[in-house]
Each structure stands twice: as structure tokens, then as C-alpha cells.
Design a protein around this ligand. Structure first.
Ligand code: SAM
Length: 231
């Protein structure tokens, strides 16, 4: 038996590619986006009352990781990409029905639009449902997860002399906390866990409409080299 689901909206996100998106929400509070609701949910009635809520659950489709053949085991990047685990033991993007879930901060509510922060969602992500976070039921103080007992360790992020003013300039133009976004996302160390890059290797990613480039002068240090508009 199969069921059809249709998105209630799509996320317009700071993240334009999968690389360097944090592995879970909240790791980059400066990661912002807007959930644009589609008819009939774009009417004020559908979000009435939501202004009383600080966080929402989003159920969404990993639309850029959909697969025809279900996997029983996956190798989560969190475990270094070498250990394979049962698909239901992980939050990997390769899932039987391609469904993801994230608790994100609800900054502002408008008819047809929810302003979000702390997101871990790619631009264009189709959202299947939205539910208010209920602290007494959703926060489990005694919960244990031995595979993910603490947030990933952050690494140091420094700036080349010219890169920080570039980031400030684009932050002003965009009206977004771009410097914080870059620092928070790169501190998660986006490179695959098994990769020890030579210092001359330059990595890049697009946040909003800017291309951010960095390298690893030492294996546990990032230096942002430039932040340039990518039109
Ligand atoms: N918090 C969600 C969950 O637990 O279901 C997502 C966790 S998943 C490990 C997070 C990763 O999903 C991000 O680092 C990003 O690379 C990827 N991602 C985000 N949105 C996506 C999308 N629409 N399609 C494919 N991958 C996506």
C-alpha cells in the first residue's frame, strides 16, 4: 500500500548546497530561512495561534537524497563514515521514505510565511507538515543516545585579513548574520571525517548568494580566505 503526500510549503534557505550544512538544527543559530506555504495553507487561518510558539517541528523531504532502493544499513558521517549502522538507528538522509525532521526556532509568523532560524535544511526543501514543539512532551531529560551523546566538537575558525571585511559587507547587503553563519557552520568542520587535506587545498560553499572559500592551515584549524558574491 502506498500513500500520497503533498508539501505544505518550501524552504527558502541560506544553504544552497548540501555541503557544510550542519548535521542537525541549532548547531548554527545564524542559519536562517523562510518557509513559504502553498495554497490553501498560505492563508492566515492555517497559522493562527502559532505566534504563541517559539519552536516548531518540521517534517520534510530530503528531496536531494531520494533513492529508489531502500537501504537497511547506512554509514553516518557522524561516525566517521566507516561504521555501518541500521538505518533506523541513525538520522542519515538515506531513508525508506526520504523523510527528515528538525526542531527549528520560529522567529516570525505571517500569513503564508514562517521565518525560521537554526535550520539544517537545503534551499527548496519540501515541507510535509509543521507542528508546534511541546516542551513537556518533546524534551526528555533522561534520554540517552550513546552514538550521539554530545554535539560534534567544534574546530577553530580564523579569518584572512581581507575576508572578514568582505563578510561584513555582504552581511550588511543581505541583512543577514553572515559572519556568524560562516563561523558556526565551518566550526562544524564540513570536510568528510576521513579526509586530511593538504594546506593548499581550498574548499568552497555557497551561503545565500556568496561563495565562501577556506583552507586548513593545520588539520584542526580553518582559515576563511574569501567571501565573494556568486551571481
Ligand atoms: N534534522 C534532520 C533529521 O534528523 O531528520 C536532518 C538530519 S540530516 C543528518 C542533515 C543533513 O541533511 C544536512 O547536513 C544536509 O546535508 C542534508 N539535507 C538537508 N536538507 C536536505 C534536502 N532537502 N535533501 C537532501 N539532503 C538534505
Amino acid at each position: 500500500m502506498s500513500y500520497n503526500v503533498s508539501p505544505v510549503g518550501y524552504v527558502r534557505s541560506c544553504f544552497k548546497e548540501k555541503f557544510a550544512i550542519p548535521r542537525q538544527p541549532h548547531l548554527a543559530p545564524a542559519a536562517r530561512g523562510v518557509l513559504e506555504l502553498v495554497p490553501p495553507f498560505d492563508q492566515g487561518e492555517a497559522v493562527a495561534g502559532l505566534e504563541q510558539v517559539s519552536h516548531v517541528w518540521l517534517l520534510f523531504l530530503f528531496h536531494q537524497a531520494l533513492e529508489d532502493k531502500p537501504r537497511l544499513k547506512v554509514r553516518p558521517p557522524r561516525l566517521g563514515g566507516n561504521t555501518s549502522m541500521g538505518v533506523f538507528a541513525t538520522r542519515a538522509t538515506h531513508r525508506p521514505n526520504g523523510i527528515g525532521q528538525s526542531v527549528v526556532r520560529l522567529e516570525k509568523v505571517e500569513a503564508g510565511r514562517l521565518w525560521l532560524s537554526g535550520i539544517d535544511l537545503l534551499d527548496g526543501t519540501p515541507v510535509l507538515d509543521i507542528k508546534p514543539y511541546v516542551p513537556y512532551a518533546d524534551s526528555v531529560a533522561a534520554a540517552v543516545n550513546q552514538m550521539a551523546s554530545a554535539p560534534p566538537e567544534a574546530i577553530a575558525v580564523a579569518w584572512a585579513d581581507t575576508a572578514l571585511p568582505q563578510a561584513h559587507e555582504h552581511a550588511l547587503r543581505l541583512g543577514e548574520p553572515l559572519v556568524e553563519l560562516i563561523e558556526q557552520c565551518l566550526a562544524q568542520d564540513p570536510r568528510p571525517a576521513y579526509q586530511v587535506p593538504p594546506a593548499e587545498r581550498v574548499y568552497g560553499v555557497k551561503f545565500w548568494d556568496v561563495q565562501v572559500r577556506w583552507h586548513y592551515p593545520q588539520p584542526d584549524r580553518i582559515r576563511v580566505l574569501e567571501v565573494v558574491q556568486d551571481l
